[in-house]
Design a protein around this ligand. Structure first.
Ligand code: 5AD
Ligand code: SF4
Length: 445
């Protein structure tokens, strides 16, 4: 295999769904250049590590992953480090790991083909610009989809500057992609076989734009436009910020049938003092008020959230308030993390960093409460008739796995159905992490 002219690529994406989306777009770009996809990095002569920088050890992990790409004979494939670690570390990466050929940030990956040319000539290639011309204008259009569920990034970057978070530095300022580009991309995804689209953005509900008649629109307007694509069956969006939750978006949950009853709305902490120090600019109560509005129009909505424990200065009392907001809000699922100081963020410089053992104990208590709630949520759906979109095969013969509207995984047995089918089922059993169902009827393929 020659490093000079790669033929087979492999992309490993870490972190959030936006990275998964970027990975797919890079994959389409490389396929368009005549490279074919390898199933693993051993079979590839070009490997892209699409990295995440949100929490600690991300950087160490990238270096150990790079080390692992070295072949037995001492050679390595062409290596590109992409994503947020690339953005944050820049040329430090190829200095520390000389086997890395390309370092490319999340706003510049459309330039991968040129960067590969530079790498082929034996030079190190670096591009961490945030160019004025959007990568979306240059990337190839969307084709056949491998899965019935697709991601569509509609908004990128963040201007919120939560004091713990690197995103505003690695992903840049908040931008909304134009309306017509998004409607076109959604149609192309559906033509390519997608039946469910998840609209993505660091602050997805901050999306704004002008529709084809020049009218100002928010995320709810975009959702209503996508609702009109006949073969699109389901619409989701994430991640939302409480401050951008508009009345229109809440209302859309009440009357757009394709909009799934699922809301990922991170609160991060339950203490107003901590929320202020995090620069979240919402309070525990204003968060609960949004949920109340949402549950008025969609009583069954599945709530999901993110939490950080052990933010600098978090007292026992503050942490109790996090547990309290969990009890009040009631989550169907959630992600919780120990606070991790990120270089260059204001919180990393704050006094009163919390001891690791205190964080461990708080995380354990929070997670056991969240797990209890998730199990309760799953159990309360037993006996219900609902639909699932079949996404993948299970481990057993004729077993398929699909998701409910509330994003729970359901296992069913059926030799007659296939991935991509939307079927009506009855939920018969619930575990902490997944459900079992029986088929009632096939609704659509
Ligand atoms: N430490 C721990 N968790 C973090 N998150 C973001 N930054 C940090 C950090 N420095 C979490 C937040 C965010 C999710 C994507 O990651 O909960 O919502
Ligand atoms: Fe990070 Fe806060 Fe922006 Fe979310 S809203 S990406 S947590 S700065």
């Amino acid at each position: 295999m020659s490093k000079a002219d790669p033929k087979k690529f492999h992309i490993k994406s870490f972190g959030c769904q936006m990275n998964v989306y970027d990975g797919e777009r890079m994959s389409e770009l490389l396929a368009g250049q005549g490279l074919s996809a390898a199933t693993n990095s051993e079979d590839a002569d070009m490997v892209v590590l699409n990295t995440c920088h949100i929490r600690e050890k991300a950087v160490d992990k990238v270096y150990s992953d790079i080390g692992r790409l070295r072949r037995k004979d001492g050679s390595s494939p062409m290596i590109a480090v992409a994503g947020c670690v690339a953005q944050a570390e820049g040329k430090e990466i190829s200095r520390r790991a000389p086997s890395v050929d390309i370092v490319v940030g999340p706003q510049a990956y459309h330039r991968l083909p040129e960067l590969m040319e530079t790498a082929k000539s034996g030079k190190k290639a670096l591009d961490t610009d945030m160019p004025a011309v959007s990568k979306f204008d240059v990337l190839p259009s969307r084709g056949k989809q491998a899965r019935p569920t697709a991601f569509l990034t509609i908004q990128e970057g963040c201007d919120k500057f939560c004091t713990y978070c690197v995103v505003p530095y690695t992903r840049g300022a908040e931008i909304s992609r134009p309306w017509s580009d998004l409607v076109d991309e959604a149609k192309a995804l559906v033509d390519g076989g997608a039946r469910e689209i998840t609209l993505l953005g660091q602050n997805v509900n901050a999306w704004t734009g002008e529709d084809d008649k020049g009218h100002h629109q928010g995320l709810d307007g975009l959702i209503r436009a996508l609702d009109k694509i006949p073969d699109l069956k389901r619409i989701r969006y994430m991640t939302s910020h409480p401050n951008d939750m508009t009345e229109g978006l809440v209302a859309a949950h009440g009357d757009v049938e394709k909009l799934m009853p699922f809301l990922h709305l991170p609160v991060q902490a339950g203490s107003d003092r901590v929320l202020k120090a995090m620069n979240r600019s919402h309070s525990a109560q204003s968060y609960l008020d949004i949920l109340e509005q949402m549950r008025k129009v969609r009583p069954d909505i599945a709530l999901s959230g993110d939490f950080i424990v052990g933010f600098p200065g978090e007292s026992d009392q503050d942490f109790e308030e996090t547990l309290q907001i969990v009890r009040d809000a009631k989550y169907a699922m959630a992600f919780s993390f120990k606070y991790s100081p990120r270089p260059g963020t204001p919180a990393a410089m704050m006094e009163e960093q919390i001891a690791p053992e205190v964080m461990d104990e708080r995380l354990q208590r929070l997670q056991s409460l969240l797990n209890e709630q998730q199990y309760a949520f799953n159990q309360q759906t037993v006996g219900r008739t609902t639909n699932i979109l079949l996404e993948r095969k299970g481990k057993l013969d004729s077993q398929l796995i699909g998701k409910t509207p509330w994003l729970q995984s359901v296992h069913i047995i059926s030799p007659d159905l296939k991935i991509g089918d939307l079927v009506e089922i009855e939920i018969t059993q619930a575990g902490p992490n997944s459900l079992t169902g029986e088929i009632k009827e096939r609704i659509a393929a």
